[in-house]
Design a protein. Sequence first.
Length: 90
Amino acid sequence: MGELDDIRSTAAEDEAVESALLQHVLALHPTTVTLDEIVREMGGEEETFAARDSVERAVRDLAAAGLLHLSDSMLTPSRAALRFDELLGE
């Protein structure tokens, strides 16, 4: 049962990083940021492999879901993400 709890907690951590990353990119829009900048901003002062890996996984998963674009290391929110953000703000 402990392994299932670990899997659930890892999935919850991944979702939390995805949520924080998307909110951060939306808050910065229309300013674009690089993947390295996001890693530094979200990973804290010490850039560890684990911090970089979690941010890179979040970027990959958000891009796969159509909420984020990654082009030449530049991150921008998709039109769908921007529209959703508008709807939440109203």
